[in-house]
Each structure stands twice: as C-alpha cells, then as structure tokens.
Write a protein that binds this ligand. Structure first.
Ligand code: HEM
Length: 444
C-alpha cells in the first residue's frame, strides 16, 4: 500500500491554500518541487490533487477519457470560447481536432510566418531610440494583430479589425477574474462585468458574422478562416462541409484567446531574460547579423538561428505561459497507486515541472545553451502540454516567437528599467515589465 498523499504546507481553515496561490503562486509551486509525486492542495473548499511527477503527468495527459475537460473550471471558460477545441470535453474533441488540424498543417506555416514577420517589423519600427516600453502592451498588440491577419488575411475592414482587437483586449484582461467569480456575482451590473459582457458578446457576434459572410464567398482567401470553413470530415463519407458557422466561430474565439496572450507572454519573458543577460543578448545579435545580414527573417532562416530558437525554448521552460492546468475525473481513477474518486479535480503545473532540480541542473539559471546538444524531453519539458489535447498551435506559436524575436533583437538592444512582477493568472505574464530600447548600431 502506498503512503498517504501529503497536504501542501500553509493551509488555512476555510481558505485552504487560496492565499499563497493568489499572492505568490510561483513561490508556492517552487516550494512543492521537491515534494513527492502527488500533493493535496485546497483552493477554498475545492480539493485538488496536484500531480508533480513526469510519469504520472504523462498518464494524466494521455488518458483524456478519464481525466477530461469537464467540471467547474471547464464550464466557466465556455463563456469565453464556447465549445471550441480547447474547452470541449473528450466526447466532442476528436472530431473537432481532425477538422482544425488542416488549419495548422506545416504547409500553411510559411504564409502565417510572413504575417508574423510583417507584424513584428511594424511594431519594432514604431519604437524610438531610448524609449521606455510598456512591454506586455506592445507585444500583446503585436501578437493580436498578426493572429488577426493570419486568420483573415487582408479581407477585414480596418474598423472591424480595430473593434475585434479592442474587445479581445478587454476579455483577455477580465477572463481570469470572471472564471474565478462564481455565478451570479459575475452578472452583477458593475462596470467591470458590463464591460466584459459587452466585449465578449460583440467579439462572438462579429466573428460569427465574418464566418457567415466568408462562407458565402465563392473563393475565400488562403487564410486560416478559409481552411476552417473548407474543412471536410473524413469520417462523414460526404463532401459536406463539416463545421457549422457556430462551430467555426467558437474555434476562432479559441484561437484568439489561446494563442495571443500566451505568445506575447513568451516574447515578453524572453526580452526580460535577455535584458538581464547582456552576454546572451550580444551573442544573439551576432548570430542574427551573421545569418541575416540585416534582411528580414523568414521561416526558412530559423534552422540557421539556433541561439534564437534556444532562447525561446529556455524562456518557455523558465516561464511557461500555461503555468497550471486542470482536468476532472469522469469516473474512479488511479494515479501512482492512489485512488482518485470520480468528479475530483486534478492539476499539474508546467512551471513546477520545469523547475525540478532532478530534471534540470541549476533550474533557476537562464541558460539557452542547455538546449545546444539536448532536445526538449517529451516528459520533462511540456510548455505546450502533451497527449491528445496538446497545443494545436505549437508550431504557429514557436514560429511567431522566434521570428518576432529575430526582428526585435536585430534592431533593438533591450535594457532593464523596472522590476517585473510575474502575474500568474490564466496566463503567466510579465506584469509591469518596462524595458528601455537602444538602437542597434548600423541599423537605424
Ligand atoms: C507560446 C504560446 C502557447 C502556449 C505556451 C500554449 C500552451 C498550450 C497548452 C499547455 C495547451 C494544452 C492545454 C491542456 O492540456 O489543458 C494548449 C492547448 C491549445 N492551444 Fe496553445 N499555446 C500557445 C499558443 C497557441 C496558439 C498560437 C494557438 C492557436 C492559434 C493555440 C491554440 C490552442 C488550442 C486550440 C488548444 C487546445 C487543443 C486541444 O485541446 O486539442 N495555442 N496550448
């Protein structure tokens, strides 16, 4: 019989571990990195089983029938992304995944990548020498814009695009609070709730109208929206288009919500780390100058830019934007010799996993060179998750992060200007990150 699962230290009556989790979740998680394979945590009244060991995390992620996206947290996120790919239960998932896969096929990546490069150029060329940047805001605008263009190509009226991005910013900002606010408090007519509702509803409505309009066009563009609309279900045996308008809308909402803040955070953390490690920054600039010679980077250049890629890999290890993920058991389950009852919330943290000293020597050290001769391990390095629910946008995000970094670091040297406060909300973001930019000599 295995020994009982320990409870994480610091629980308070009634609150459980809510306070340390709200105040400084990363410290709380680092404190658990040396614990056993399983730890009990309580968030207020909700008991959560935190899975810490790579082999058990793998078991959890591979068995998406037993450990499913159901339960209170999954329910609350439906407001935001409907029944889209990221939030739907197992029963709806396989079909949706098959239908969304063509939109992320590697042959589409060069077209998307051209948008990523152009959007990064537009952002980086708007900065001035010596400017103090509000990094999270700049990068979020940049990733939202390039996702918008990858989805709609250039078919969107300027004003519609602006409205979509403004609404998306409001809903990303309010989503964590809304998911944690129990109904009916989330419906109280206070300004924050009203603003959030208005933005969420208008965002959904606008995307829905755009999907309907595009379906009526005989020849859509070669963008992500067209590939979703044209997707055929190989199992249906007919040439019927498989995703309804409402389903296309939910997927679009999902891609915007799952893909913009996460990629912006990845880049924000990357710039933060480079600003504090000037030697790595100098080597990165040298690599970019040697390989690109001042030209705009393309997807085809990435294999020749190892330090650029490894810097992103290492930033995703130290600060995985999806820092804590949950599932709920659909029936009695077993993990590491312990019984887990049906309807129990089970969590795992890429952050905790990536900071384990037994997996990463000197885990707190920023060292892109640790990836020079080692490929990311399929059980120890999981910024994009694993198993059937693994991130569908992984290559999309990595290309966007690496190309944007190549554009920015080729033009600008970044210097620290203020202390950063990691904000672990839906996404782990570098809140308050301010960096001063200096023009790279010979570029201006
Ligand atoms: C650096 C950026 C990103 C990170 C760190 C990230 C991380 C993740 C993780 C960890 C998961 C698994 C969630 C779970 O197991 O519960 C996931 C799923 C997902 N991601 Fe990403 N993601 C990123 C970018 C993107 C982009 C750019 C898109 C789309 C444009 C995207 C769309 C999705 C979708 C649709 C799912 C659900 C997949 C499924 O359930 O089949 N993500 N992401």
């Amino acid at each position: 019989m295995s020994s009982p699962v320990p409870t994480a230290p610091g629980a308070l009556p009634g609150l459980g571990h809510a306070l340390p989790l709200l105040r400084d979740p990363l410290r709380f998680l680092r404190g658990l990195a040396g614990s056993g394979p399983l730890v009990r945590v309580r968030i207020g009244p909700l008991p959560v089983l935190l899975v810490c060991e790579p082999a058990l995390i793998r078991q959890l992620l591979l068995d998406d029938r037993t450990f499913d996206k159901v339960g209170p947290i999954a329910e609350r996120s439906k407001d935001l992304v409907g029944e889209g790919l990221a939030g739907c239960p197992h029963q709806l998932h396989r079909r949706q995944r098959r239908l969304c896969q063509p939109s992320f096929h590697p042959h589409r990546l060069p077209d998307y990548a051209a948008q990523f490069g152009a959007s990064a150029e537009r952002t980086a060329s708007s900065w001035r020498d010596g400017q103090l940047l509000d990094v999270p805001a700049e990068l979020l605008t940049m990733t939202m814009r390039s996702t918008l263009t990858a989805i709609f190509a250039t078919t969107l009226p300027e004003a519609t695009g602006r409205q979509l991005l403004a609404d998306l910013a409001v809903l990303l900002d309010g989503s964590f609070r809304q998911i944690l606010t129990p109904p009916p408090l989330d419906r109280l007519p206070i300004p924050a709730n009203r603003r959030y509702r208005l933005a969420t509803e208008r965002f959904e409505r606008t995307l829905g109208e755009l999907a309907v309009r595009r379906r009526a066009e005989p020849n859509g563009g070669g963008d992500l929206l067209s590939s979703l609309i044209d997707a055929l279900d190989p199992d249906s045996g007919t040439a019927e288009r498989a995703l309804s308008d409402a389903e296309v809308t939910d997927q679009l909402r999902t891609f915007f919500v799952a893909g913009t803040e996460t990629t912006a955070a990845t880049l924000g953390w990357t710039l933060h780390l480079l600003a504090r490690h000037s030697e790595v920054q100098r080597r990165l600039r040298a690599e970019l100058a040697r390989v690109l010679g001042g030209a705009a980077p393309t997807l085809a250049d990435l294999p020749a830019l190892p330090l650029t890629r490894h810097t992103v890999t290492e930033a995703l290890r130290l600060y995985p934007p999806a820092w804590m993920l949950t599932r709920d058991t659909t029936g009695p389950a077993e993990l590491g010799g312990h019984r887990v009852p049906a309807g129990h919330t089970v969590a795992w943290s890429p952050y905790l996993l990536h900071h384990r000293a037994d997996l990463y020597p000197d885990p707190e050290r920023f060292d892109p060179d640790r990836w020079r001769d080692t490929k990311p391990d399929r059980t120890a390095y999981l910024p994009f998750g694993s198993g059937p629910r693994k991130c569908i946008g992984e290559q999309f995000a990595l290309a966007q992060a690496a190309l944007s970094l190549a554009v920015i670091a080729g033009r600008w040297q970044v210097e620290p200007a203020a202390a950063v406060r990691p904000a672990a909300r839906s996404t782990l973001t570098p809140r308050g990150l301010r960096l001063r930019v200096r023009a790279v000599t010979g570029r201006q």
